[in-house]
Write a protein that binds this ligand. Structure first.
Ligand code: 13P
Length: 251
């Protein structure tokens, strides 16, 4: 029963955050117990802050994740970070295939799949992002694009425990625009169907997050949609009050 899936509210800080912002994370931790009845909380700061945040989060009702990883375990890859390094620092989940990485770094579905497997190799959950661009949406290609991304980016061994799908329409990221609740229901229903047909019971229990301009004012409506099992939040995850209010909006 998908309705029984516990929601996850995940914050993606993207390339934002210095040590000076640690107080905002402290405020999130302080409020986390109040929303623990509603949802799990995960904050994915830039890699430079993972170790310090993970230390703070110890014993608290929020976890710390990472935004990307290299597929390999080690080697001559200047500037890259292996999944094992992120988990060594305290990350308990790794976002892979975010549309900004797909666009900025030309990441392919195949690479995204390798990164998801790298997260597993390091012992943590992969949050695999998919989503159509405005042009693809305008051309009526949304479902085909999502089908292709899911087919190629999700490893065969995906389970409800090791994989989370995040549907983030590219046109909704950072724009203040969101699809209607009806559109979200249709698309998440489509994703659920594909997951269930490929991964059976595991697919029926996998979390499907919605991401793209989620904020306190629209969270309750979006989180109430069937097959929406939480949110991947960008801008609004930088402020403790907003992030916690989004979690409070979960049904
Ligand atoms: P915004 O919430 O800022 O639109 O970003 C969404 C996102 O890309 C999260 O990964």
């Amino acid at each position: 029963m998908t309705d029984a899936i516990r929601p996850l509210i995940a914050g993606n800080w993207k390339m934002n955050g210095l040590k000076a912002q640690a107080a905002e994370f402290d405020a999130m931790l302080n409020g986390a117990a109040d929303v623990a009845g509603k949802a799990d909380l995960l904050v994915c700061p830039p890699a430079t802050l993972i170790a310090a945040f993970a230390e703070k989060a110890r014993g608290k009702k929020a976890a710390v994740g990472a935004q990307d990883c290299h597929p390999k375990v080690s080697g001559a890859h200047t500037g890259d970070i292996a999944a094992e390094m992120l988990t060594d620092a305290g990350a308990t989940a790794i976002i892979v295939g975010h549309s900004e990485r797909r666009a900025d770094h030309g990441e392919s579905d195949i690479l995204v799949k390798q990164k998801a497997e790298a997260a597993w190799r390091a012992g943590v959950t992969a949050i695999v992002c998919i989503g159509e661009t405005q042009a693809q949406r305008d051309a009526g290609q949304t479902l085909e694009i999502l089908r292709g991304q899911l087919n190629l980016s999700l490893p065969d061994a995906s389970t409800a425990a090791n994989l989370i799908v995040a549907y983030e329409p590219v046109w909704a990221i950072g724009t203040g625009l969101t699809p209607t609740a009806k559109d979200v229901e249709q698309i998440h229903g489509f994703i659920r169907e594909l997951l269930t047909s490929r991964f059976k019971d595991e697919g029926a229990r996998m979390r499907i997050l919605y991401g793209g301009s989620v904020k306190p004012s629209n969270a309750a409506e979006l989180m109430a949609v069937k097959n929406v099992n939480g949110a991947l939040v960008g801008g609004a995850s930088l402020k403790a009050a907003d992030f916690l209010a989004i979690a409070k909006g979960c049904p």
